[in-house]
Write a protein that binds this ligand. Structure first.
Ligand SMILES: Cc1cc2nc3c(=O)[nH]c(=O)nc-3n(C[C@H](O)[C@H](O)[C@H](O)COP(=O)(O)OP(=O)(O)OC[C@H]3O[C@@H](n4cnc5c(N)ncnc54)[C@H](O)[C@@H]3O)c2cc1C
Length: 463
């Protein structure tokens, strides 16, 4: 067999599973169609680490509780941006008040810790800037916010450093059962393996003949507000009302606020801003840095291990809480695979991410020490976010380093500021071209068809 385990898809679940499996004496490869790992993890993600109290499904709630407690530990260990902050779920009318009380009782019966029911006055004490009609609120102490693609990249980097083979830009075309093991056919290769963990959404492989997931999708519109926005909240706030619409205000780790609006209606941006005004008070349009639209998924998550005896597990269904449940899912599928393959822990597993600097969060003394060792850290490339050339070079030279502009953005935070990269994009492209020994016209944003520069102007070729 070419591999003991093939993980298909290097999203956050594929990377977390690869990390867990890399603790064992196994020959593992991850196959990903994109240029980078974690490329499908939404760039502007709500980034909420849930605590299990909002889930209707008890099993998913348990996965959230388990994931929540693992995330707190791994974020610290892997140097991933994570902040614990409370979540206020606000009932705006009598009917939602009942729903909220029901949610509280279910949370108690599930044994979820740190949940409180607050009256109107108590809510305004916690968040004085709130502008909505509060009947009652449920306050969760144990929720948090995390940088989801940083968590996924951390899992991937450690798996890579512990011997997992990442095959990027390779698309899985089919998975076939053989008399012993599987054959995975890609656009470049045919691999044999004992076990397949399939995290890709493909449903038409030869092996897949089981139930399809129930899909549930609504529209989600995000408004990324500038730091100067006056109504900043300390906690995550969300609403519960008679309509299916839901508003979220999320204090991001970077200090800006994200306002998200989930709706099934087809409304304009101006109408959304008006609705948001009823939630957090009027927002000056000058404060809106970015508007981003996405889908809100509430599919039924399916971990199908019915064929585990034969060596096949498939994870399907996109869900709004998948970042939270990922660490738990990674551990559970790893346990199933390991007990099926009867393998042992590696003696030389290194549970550590290679160090890197987040320059802008260091003191001047710390910065000066690093600049003395490497002057590239003294050259700021992204003025809005204060990101240095040293950080960009490190993001390219790291294990599983960035090979696209998007990859550099996700690893360093470059071009996320108010100029959105208009002042630094060409500098970043030049650094990437130099570091990877490519022509600048070969540099891509994030995939094959996303070149940053199409061609050189002929007259300049001789310069
Ligand atoms: C807008 C938005 C907001 C969210 N907010 C939150 C939140 O606040 N809290 C939370 O916990 N979760 C949140 N989530 C959920 C979470 O970000 C995603 O559900 C999660 O990233 C999905 O991870 P995954 O690994 O299952 O799937 P994906 O990231 O989709 O990974 C699948 C991978 O498989 C690859 N692939 C697909 N087909 C093939 C093929 N044929 N061959 C090879 N590779 C292939 C893809 O390129 C991809 O990299 C949010 C999601 C969205 C979209």
């Amino acid at each position: 067999m070419d591999y003991d385990v093939l993980v298909l898809g290097a999203g956050i679940i594929g990377c977390a599973a690869a990390y867990e499996l890399s603790k064992y004496n196994l020959n593992i490869a991850v196959i990903e169609q994109d240029y980078d790992i974690a490329d499908d993890v939404a760039l502007i993600n709500c980034a909420i680490v849930y605590d299990g109290c909002e889930c209707e499904d008890s099993l998913i709630s348990r996965l959230e509780v388990m994931g929540n407690s693992i995330i707190e530990k791994v974020a610290d260990k892997f140097n991933v941006n994570y902040k614990k902050c409370g979540h206020l779920i606000i009932a705006e009318d009598e009917k939602s008040k009942e729903k909220l009380e029901n949610m509280y009782n279910i949370s108690m019966s599930r044994g979820i810790k740190g949940i409180h029911l607050l009256d109107r006055d108590e809510v305004y004490k916690v968040e004085p800037n709130l502008n909505i009609n509060v009947k009652k609120a449920l306050y969760s102490e144990n929720t948090g916010i995390i940088c989801p693609y940083d968590l996924a990249i951390a899992y991937g980097e450690i798996a890579f450093d512990n011997g997992v083979n990442f095959k990027l830009q390779e698309k899985v075309l089919d998975i076939q059962k053989m008399s012993k093991g599987f054959r995975v056919i890609t656009n470049k290769n045919k691999f044999t393996c004992n076990t397949v963990l399939n995290t890709t959404p493909g449903e038409n492989y030869s092996i897949d003949s089981f139930n399809k997931v129930n899909k549930s999708i609504s529209n989600l519109r995000y408004f990324l507000l500038e730091k100067e926005f006056s109504g900043n909240f300390q906690n995550i706030i969300s609403t519960l009302n008679e309509s299916e619409d839901k508003m979220y205000a999320i204090p991001s780790i970077e200090g800006v606020s994200i306002i998200a609006m989930k709706t099934n209606e087809n409304i304009t941006c101006e109408e959304s801003i008006k609705k948001i005004g009823n939630f957090i008070g009027n927002i000056d349009e000058e404060c809106i840095n970015t508007v981003y639209e996405s889908s809100f998924y509430n599919d039924s998550l399916m971990i199908d291990d019915s064929l585990i005896d034969n060596g096949y597990i498939k994870i399907t269904g996109k869900n709004y809480n998948q970042v939270t449940t990922t660490p738990a899912i990674g551990k559970i599928v790893c346990d199933s695979i390991v007990s099926n393959l009867n393998c042992v822990l590696k003696k030389d597993f290194v549970d550590k991410r290679r160090e890197f600097y987040r320059f802008r969060s260091l003191s001047n003394d710390e910065r000066n020490k690093i600049i003395k060792l490497n002057p590239k850290y003294g050259k700021i490339i992204c003025n809005c976010q204060k990101i240095s050339e040293g950080e960009i070079i490190d993001s390219i030279r790291r294990p599983l380093g960035a090979r696209t502009i998007e990859g550099i953005k996700r690893r360093t935070g470059v071009a996320f500021g108010s100029c959105m990269g208009s002042q630094c994009l060409s500098k970043i492209s030049s650094i990437l071209a130099r570091e990877t020994d490519k022509k600048i016209t070969d540099i891509v944003q994030d995939s094959k068809n996303s070149k940053i520069m199409l061609s050189r102007i002929k007259e300049f070729d001789d310069i």
